[in-house]
Design a protein around this ligand. Structure first.
Ligand SMILES: *Cc1c(COP(=O)(O)O)cnc(C)c1O
Length: 361
C-alpha cells in the first residue's frame, strides 16, 4: 500500500532546488551568467591533472583526503587535522545538519540566505528558522534574537549570495560570542576568495570552539562541475562530521584536481582582480541606467529594478539577446536579477542590453 510508505517528516516540505538556467530556446551560444561560475574556467594546472586522472580510474580513492587537506592547510595556514572535504561545500553543510540537527531542533539562517540551508535542515527533520535582514544585509541582533534552547546551527554566508553584501569581522565575532552554548555558527565562505585579504573566518574558527567555516572549489576555482568543497572547524566538530562522511565521498580526480587548483594561487589572484575591475564597471554602468545595486563583495551584482514586472521584462529581453541571468524571487527578491560577472565582453553586452531595455541609446 503506497499510502503507507511515507518519507520522514519534513522531506515533502522540501522544494526542489533549481540551478541557474543554461539555455534559451532558439538562441545559440547564449552567455550563462546565472550560476556565479568563473568566466575563465579552471586553472590550466587543474585541467592537466584532470586529464591524467584517466589512468587511475580503476583505483579506489583515498579515504582520508590527506594530500588535499595538507595542501589546503599549507596554502591557508590552517591545521590539516581540522579540515574536512566534501562533494561541494553543499555536502559539508549536509554533514553539519545530519550530525547536529534533528526533530525539534532549529536551524537559523537569514531572509535572503542560501536555499540549501533550508533544504538540508528539513532533510534532517529539523525546523528551519528564517531571520529578517536589514537592507539586504544580515542583522546580527535579529539573528541573536531568533536563537533559543532549540537552536543547533546558525548559517551565515559572508559575503552572501544573492545579495553580495558582507557583515564585518567584528559583527561576526559578536554573533559567535552571543550564541546559546549548544549552537554552532557556520560561516559559508563560498565567495571568500573574491574579498582581498579576507580569511573567510578562519581566525575566528581558531579562536573559538563553536565556529565552522565552509569553502568551495565551485566559484573562483572554476570547478563547479567537479563538486569539491571543504570545511574547517574545531577538532570535536570535525571528528563528528567525519563519522557521517562516506569513506569514498570524493573521487581521485576530485581530490587531485582540487589539490592542483588550491596550489595555483596566481590564478586565483588573477580572477579576483579581473572580477573586481569588471564588477565595479558593471555596477556603475547599471546605476547610470537607473538600475542600482548594493556594493557587491562577490562575483555577481544584484541588480534592483522598480518592480517585479520590470525585473521579469528585463530578464526576458536579456534572454532574447542571448544573456542568461538569475531571477531571485525564490530568495524573496522578486524585483531583482542576479548577474554573474562574466568576462569583459559579457559585461559590456549586459550593460548594452539593459540600456536598450531602458530605452537609452
Ligand atoms: C555556490 C555556493 C556554495 C557552493 O556550493 P558547492 O556545493 O560547493 O558547489 C555554497 N554556498 C553559497 C552561498 C553559494 O552561493
Amino acid at each position: 500500500m503506497t499510502d503507507q510508505i511515507r518519507p520522514q517528516p519534513g522531506i515533502l516540505d522540501i522544494a526542489l532546488y533549481e540551478g541557474g538556467k543554461s539555455h534559451v530556446a532558439g538562441v545559440a551560444n547564449a552567455v550563462k551568467l546565472s550560476s556565479n561560475e568563473n568566466p575563465f574556467g579552471a586553472s590550466d594546472r587543474a585541467k592537466e591533472v584532470f586529464q591524467r586522472s584517466v589512468h587511475s580510474l580503476h583505483r579506489y580513492p583515498s579515504t582520508d583526503h590527506a594530500n588535499l587537506r595538507a595542501a589546503i592547510a599549507e596554502v591557508h595556514g590552517l591545521d590539516a587535522g581540522r579540515v574536512i572535504c566534501g562533494a561541494g561545500s553543499d555536502e559539508v553543510i549536509n554533514f553539519l545538519c545530519q550530525a547536529y540537527a534533528g526533530p525539534k531542533d532549529e536551524v537559523v539562517y537569514t531572509e535572503h540566505g542560501f536555499l540549501m540551508y533550508r533544504i538540508y535542515a528539513l532533510a534532517a527533520g529539523a525546523t528551519p528558522v528564517e531571520v529578517p535582514e536589514r537592507e539586504r544585509t544580515a542583522d546580527v541582533d535579529a539573528i541573536l534574537a531568533a536563537c533559543n534552547r532549540r537552536t543547533k546551527l546558525v548559517f551565515l554566508a559572508n559575503p552572501n549570495n544573492p545579495t553580495g553584501t558582507m557583515v564585518s569581522a567584528a559583527e561576526v565575532a559578536r554573533l559567535a560570542a552571543g550564541l546559546p552554548a549548544q549552537a554552532i555558527l557556520v560561516l559559508d565562505g563560498a565567495y571568500a576568495e573574491y574579498v582581498e585579504g579576507y580569511d573567510g573566518g578562519a581566525a575566528l574558527v581558531d579562536a573559538r570552539d563553536n565556529v565552522v567555516m565552509t569553502r568551495t572549489f565551485s566559484k573562483v576555482y572554476g570547478l563547479g562541475g567537479l563538486r569539491i568543497g571543504w570545511g574547517y572547524g574545531p577538532k570535536h566538530i570535525i571528528d563528528v562530521l567525519n563519522r557521517v562522511r562516506g569513506p569514498f565521498n570524493l573521487s581521485t580526480a576530485q581530490l587531485d584536481v582540487a589539490e592542483a587548483a588550491v596550489r595555483d594561487q596566481d590564478f586565483v589572484a588573477k580572477c579576483r582582480n579581473e572580477n573586481a575591475r569588471l564588477r565595479s564597471w558593471l555596477a556603475v554602468a547599471l546605476a547610470e541606467l537607473g538600475v542600482p545595486s548594493d556594493t557587491s563583495m562577490a562575483n555577481f551584482v544584484l541588480a534592483r529594478f522598480a518592480s517585479q514586472d520590470e525585473a521579469e521584462a528585463c530578464d526576458a529581453f536579456l534572454q532574447e539577446q542571448g544573456l542568461i541571468v538569475r531571477r531571485v524571487a525564490g530568495y524573496k527578491l522578486p524585483h531583482c536579477l542576479r548577474i554573474t560577472i562574466g568576462d569583459e565582453a559579457s559585461c559590456r553586452r549586459v550593460a548594452h542590453a539593459v540600456a536598450q531595455f531602458k530605452g537609452v541609446r
